[in-house]
Write a protein that binds this ligand. Structure first.
Ligand SMILES: O=C(O)C1=C[C@@H](OP(=O)(O)O)[C@@H](O)[C@H](O)C1
Ligand SMILES: C=C(OP(=O)(O)O)C(=O)O
Length: 453
């Protein structure tokens, strides 16, 4: 990954009505899994619509270092020659995970049941994130972990083969922890079981089955029990990656809050374990219509028609939180523009994402004049009822803290600001949504991309 060494600011100012049609790039979670599972299949898989963000490219590079042959053809389709479950090679250098929690945690699961050792390194943001949630269950399976600083990167994982199958109840609602255990279970004799009291995104389950793993899901009173039979042989697949609802979120919220907007966001993945934000925005009075509903790569997809709306405050029910966990920063912006007081709590996980998303969003919203209360597990936000944010003539400065979702959320806030918003560093946007600025330009809002300082 070659990024400029210095920060690159982005300036966002009050926008005219947004209009037109834009196409959302591939889903980040599905792209990571497509590369990992294709690399673990025997033979050649094809992946169309892969998200070419830095996080996903870090996964591709790691799978290459463990023996997979991965390349993109002239039409943009990715070809992956897998080595087969159990046949990963010992990487010759540390695996650089950049900013990506998903790459790190899922790949630790992959390594845990192979007879190899891998060192995981990452950027300053990733090196602060907790890894104990992964090392605890994988240690029960027999993998060994060592880290200079307790349960943080850099971290070295030595896998065990044959690993020990476990039954593990998730102590935190995390698709990354669930997926790491299931991926370790792929090369573990017997049945590995994950008990999930609160459902999280289910791409791993859907895709593991699609690649031929023997995986079953039982549901009892909302608790999911996922069982995978180990020493699986995965079969190569042709995957079409649907658009990322987490990226689409920025375009959709912008359409709802910039006065006069009327736009279409095409190719939005609407897997029910991911689409909580859209349910909430509709409940707030957002005019969102699902057009042309269809299936892409085994996932529900639609084009979203979005019109400027008078939004009303909302209280988010705890049960819906995991299905919109990455969308809270942009929901906070929508709540700041709504009429009334929104209570957004039960979000303690936001404190351990790429940044502490509760504290960082609270600070930026306050700088924009929003009245709010910060709680340990969320924010209570008093909306401006459609009045713009900030003050005329007063540019607000935001620090992105190496967090793409913070940078993009405040770029959207800038579109309804009186005096503009400057984000200190736009580079993290490249991790998940490299065409963010380009799509907004197509809708009629141009961000000023500051020169490298
Ligand atoms: O499994 C995944 O692809 C992801 C799971 C979520 O993380 P947690 O499992 O930590 O909630 C989410 O925040 C992340 O962007 C992607
Ligand atoms: C939390 C996120 O990603 P990751 O955990 O993969 O870094 C995100 O994309 O918002």
């Amino acid at each position: 990954m070659t990024r400029p060494v210095h920060a690159c600011p982005l300036v966002s100012r009050k926008a005219p009505p947004l209009s037109g049609k834009v196409h959302v790039p591939g889903d980040k979670s599905i792209s990571h899994r497509a590369l990992m599972l294709s690399a673990l299949a025997v033979g050649e898989s094809f992946v169309e619509g892969l998200l070419e963000g830095e996080d996903v490219l870090a996964t591709a590079e790691a799978m290459r270092s463990m023996g997979a042959d991965i390349r993109k053809d002239e039409k943009g389709c990715w070809h992956i020659h897998g080595v087969g479950v159990g046949s990963l090679l010992q990487p010759q250098k540390a695996l650089d995970m950049g900013n990506s929690g998903t790459s790190t945690r899922l790949l630790m699961g992959v390594v845990a049941s192979h007879p190899i050792t891998a060192t995981f390194i990452g950027d300053a943001s990733l090196s602060k994130r907790p890894m104990g949630r992964i090392s605890t269950p994988l240690s029960l399976m027999g993998a060994r972990f060592s880290a200079a600083e307790g349960n943080r990167l850099p971290m070295t994982v030595t896998g065990l083969y044959p690993a020990i199958p476990i039954e593990y109840r998730l102590p935190v609602a995390s698709a990354q922890v669930k997926s790491a255990i299931l991926l370790a279970g792929l090369n573990t004799p017997g049945i590995t079981r994950v008990i999930e009291p609160v459902p999280t995104r289910d791409h791993s389950e859907r895709m593991l089955k699609g690649y031929g793993a023997n995986l079953s899901v039982e549901e009892n009173d909302g608790v999911r029990i996922i069982s995978i039979h180990g020493e699986a042989e995965l079969k190569p697949q042709h995957i079409i990656v649907p658009g990322d609802p987490s990226s689409a979120a920025f375009l959709v919220v912008a359409g709802l809050i910039v006065p006069g907007s009327d736009l279409i966001v095409e190719n939005v993945g609407l897997n029910p374990t991911r689409s909580g934000l859209y349910t909430m925005l509709k409940a707030m009075g957002g005019q969102i219509e699902y057009l042309n509903p269809r299936e892409v790569g085994g996932e529900p997809v639609a084009d979203l028609s979005v019109k400027y709306s008078h939004l009303k405050a909302i209280d988010v029910p705890p049960s819906i939180v995991p299905s919109m966990i990455d969308e809270f920063p942009i929901l906070f912006i929508a709540a700041a523009m709504a009429e009334g007081k929104s209570t957004l709590q039960g979000l303690a996980e936001l404190r351990v994402k790429e940044s502490d998303r509760i504290a960082v969003m609270a600070e930026g919203l306050k700088a924009l004049g929003v009245s709010l209360e910060e709680k340990e597990d969320g924010l209570i936000i008093e909306g401006s009822a459609g009045e713009g944010l900030g003050q005329k003539g007063k540019m607000v400065s935001i620090a992105a803290h190496l967090d793409h979702r913070i940078a993009m959320s405040f770029a959207v806030a800038g579109l309804v600001s009186e005096g503009g918003v400057t984000i200190d560093d736009r580079r993290p946007i490249m991790t998940s949504f490299p065409v963010f600025g380009q799509l907004f330009k197509e809708l009629g809002a141009e961000f000023e991309m500051g020169l490298v300082k």
